[in-house]
Design a protein around this ligand. Structure first.
Ligand code: PHE
Length: 335
């Protein structure tokens, strides 16, 4: 029996296969259900004890060898398959398309990060709201043009339900719900009934901010936005405040930053002025505080608002707002 085992061992060692059928034959003989090695193990039981010492290890070796050979045969045949088939194995692989974060989301995250480090928390509110939260509480006079149909998408009349025109509706809700101190930003989508062009869209995104507390002054507003501008556009950025008007702030100011492309000497982006506008701002009008149940003799506050599209366009020097909502992969994959 030992001779038989030895001859099978050398048979296995010498085996090679050129086809899958040959491999299958090998498998049936040595590994399959009624394989020859199992038969030998069966016979092994009745072998005299003195022969078992030598025969046992040899049988085990046979079994291990058969399994290893089967692996080796199929591996070598498969690799031959690849090289012989009509496949050019030197071609680069096909990569799965990877998504990327939309530029608007990237800018929003960056803005949030900068304000969070200044102690602001993020507040959210509905895109559909009533006239009071979007306009009346914010001191918009009854006949203010922003309320008219050309600016606002009304959903229902009496009581007026509309698509918010700014995220200031979240400021109203916040002041009604919480007592000062308040130090929050509100990012979100807003809607205005505008003709779609390179410069305007019927929806866009804003981040507004609100700080209400004791002894909050214009100096705090200026410092907060100065710090933001340096973080967002570079440490040499300067800011400039221009008097402006918003119904809900008094005094109000438009915030410009020194042009980070030309450094202030004048270029296409800043239209040769050296400055670009990034935000509206002002001290919260006492009427607004009172409308929301906050004592305007004790508390003061400042607010600001900026367009995320605008900040993104400045940062990447884009000149068409529509690119953000067209889902053109050639545009999006650059970010
Ligand atoms: N709500 C203003 C807008 O949408 C932006 C703003 C917010 C201005 C806060 C001043 C203060 O244009």
């Amino acid at each position: 029996m030992l001779d038989k085992v030895k001859s099978l061992i050398s048979e296995i060692k010498d085996t090679s296969a050129k086809t899958n059928e040959e491999i299958e034959q090998f498998r049936l003989k040595f590994i399959g259900r009624n394989n020859i090695i199992n038969d030998l193990f069966g016979e092994f039981k009745s072998v005299p004890a003195d022969q078992k010492r030598e025969l046992g290890p040899a049988l085990n070796q046979l079994k291990v060898l058969a399994a290893a050979k089967l692996k080796e045969l199929s591996a070598s045949l498969n690799s031959k398959d690849v090289s012989s088939a009509d496949v050019d194995v030197t071609l680069p692989g096909i990569h799965a398309m990877e998504g990327s974060i939309h530029p608007i989301s990237q800018t929003r995250s960056r803005i949030i990060e900068i304000f969070e480090r200044q102690g602001f928390n993020v507040e959210d509110g509905p895109e559909i709201d009533n006239d009071w939260n979007n306009f009346t509480a914010l001191n918009f006079p009854e006949n203010h043009p922003a309320r008219e149909m050309q600016d606002t998408y009304f959903i229902e009349k009496d009581p007026d339900i509309l698509l918010r025109t700014h995220t200031s509706n979240v400021q109203t809700r916040l002041m009604k719900a919480k007592k000062p101190p308040i130090r929050s930003i509100m990012p979100g989508r807003v809607y205005r009934n505008e003709a779609i062009s390179a410069r305007a869209h019927c929806f866009f995104h804003q981040v507004e901010g609100l700080v209400v507390g004791e002894n909050i002054s214009f100096k705090d507003l200026k410092n907060t936005l100065y710090h933001f501008s340096k973080e967002m556009f570079g440490k040499d950025t300067k800011i400039r405040l221009r008097p402006s008007y918003f119904p809900f702030t008094e005094p109000s100011a438009e915030i410009d930053i020194s042009c980070f492309i030309c450094g202030g000497s004048g270029c296409k982006i800043c239209k040769q002025t050296g400055w670009v506008e990034i935000a509206g701002s002002g001290m919260v009008d006492p009427n607004v505080l009172e409308n929301c149940g906050i004592d305007s003799t004790k508390y003061s506050g400042f607010a600001f608002g900026m367009g995320i599209e605008r900040v993104t366009m400045l940062k990447y020097q884009l000149d068409d707002l529509r690119l953000f909502s067209e889902n053109d992969i050639r545009f999006l994959k650059q970010f």
